[in-house]
Ligand binder design. Structure first.
Ligand code: PEP
Ligand code: MN
Length: 336
């Protein structure tokens, strides 16, 4: 961090800020130019926010030169992270592309097995399906819970597809550690820091969804919470943010893909289902996400979308999913 002092800052004031910063364990360096006096701070400056520095009335301004996240940052780890889903040869990141597909919620054995078989046949690498659902209304279907998890395990056994499902709270950490291949942290829990630390400590792959009002920097700090906890395997997921626009459920921020790829080494996937909220927008936005450089997609697929208990309006049918997979392949080849 660089602190630029006002012209009339006195030596006494410079000594004061220097000793305050040294007390925080930082290395302080005086930088005296012809007309400006600056102070450089080296060390862990994550604890020093610009606003705090501005409390010294002899400071003109402060500039951060390092990012507030570390483990997820490219500076820390220049090469792309490639995640291998344990017990499988499924890889994502660093040129390995994966599509995660399945219903918003597990609803019955027939439903999840039929969809799992269909998406596998079309080339999906992982199966998604919610057992515990974060619904906005307490009166909406809340998911099948542990029974849903058992059905996901059955679908994995029948198809070989690893399962991705959302963990809503700490009460299910043990069971998710034992049974789930990739733990999904939903948009609503992206900044549930104690949950992030606990999930990170399991050391399993995590799919981290962007909070619907979170910045990219906040998302990377959330990824750091998981990584500090212990897992190196975090998949970042852009799923749309809330804006003034009402034509779509969320505004899918596709520019987050190149931004995240530049700032982070972690794989980036896009969720065009929640990102748009409409089944007929999933096709074009999936292709756009691939063109933007995403390492994968997570797509809601339902065998009877009109009867779905959750998110039927944004779910595509297995037939459309199959067509989409063909087009995704073509776009990938075109941008290689
Ligand atoms: C989901 O994947 O079904 C879901 C609830 O996603 P999000 O957390 O992005 O809303
Ligand atoms: Mn959903």
């Amino acid at each position: 961090m660089i602190i630029i002092l006002k012209q009339d800052a006195t030596q006494e004031q410079i000594n004061l800020i220097s000793s305050d910063m040294e007390k925080r364990g930082l290395h302080v360096q005086d930088i005296v130019g012809e007309s400006t006096h600056m102070i450089g701070l080296a060390g862990d400056t994550t604890q020093v926010v610009d606003e705090l520095i501005m409390r010294y009335d002899f400071v003109e301004r402060a500039m951060k030169v390092s990012e507030p996240y570390k483990l997820s940052g490219r500076n820390f780890h220049p090469e792309d992270t490639v995640i291998t889903i344990p017990g499988t040869d499924i890889k994502i990141g660093g040129g390995h592309f994966q599509v995660v597909a399945g219903p918003c919620s597990v609803e019955s054995e027939e439903q999840i097995l039929e969809i799992a078989r269909d998406v596998k046949r079309s080339g999906a690498g992982m199966l998604r399906g919610g057992a515990f659902k974060p619904r906005s209304s307490p009166y909406s279907f809340q998911g099948m819970g542990l029974e849903g998890l058992e059905l996901l395990k059955l679908a994995r056994e029948k198809t070989g597809l690893p399962i991705v499902t959302e963990l809503m709270g700490p009460e299910h950490l043990d069971i998710f550690e034992k049974d789930v291949d990739v733990i999904q942290i939903g948009a609503r829990n992206m900044q549930n820091f104690s949950l992030l630390k606990d999930v990170g400590s399991l050391g399993k792959p995590v799919l981290l969804k962007r909070g619907n009002a979170s910045t990219i920097e906040e998302m990377l700090m959330a990824a750091d919470y998981l990584m500090v906890g212990g897992t190196p395997d975090v998949i970042l997921c852009e799923r749309g943010i809330r804006t003034f626009e009402t034509a779509t459920r969320n505004t899918l921020d596709l520019s987050a893909v190149p931004v995240l790829k530049k700032k982070s080494h972690l794989p980036v996937v896009v969720d065009p289902s929640h990102g748009t909220g409409y089944w007929d927008m999933v096709f074009p936005m999936s292709l756009a996400a691939v063109a933007a450089g995403a390492d994968g997609l997570i797509i809601e697929v339902h065998n009877q979308p009109q009867c779905a208990l959750c998110d039927g309006q944004q779910s595509i049918t297995p037939i459309l999913f199959d067509q989409l997979m063909g087009k995704v392949k073509k776009v990938r080849e075109a941008i290689l």
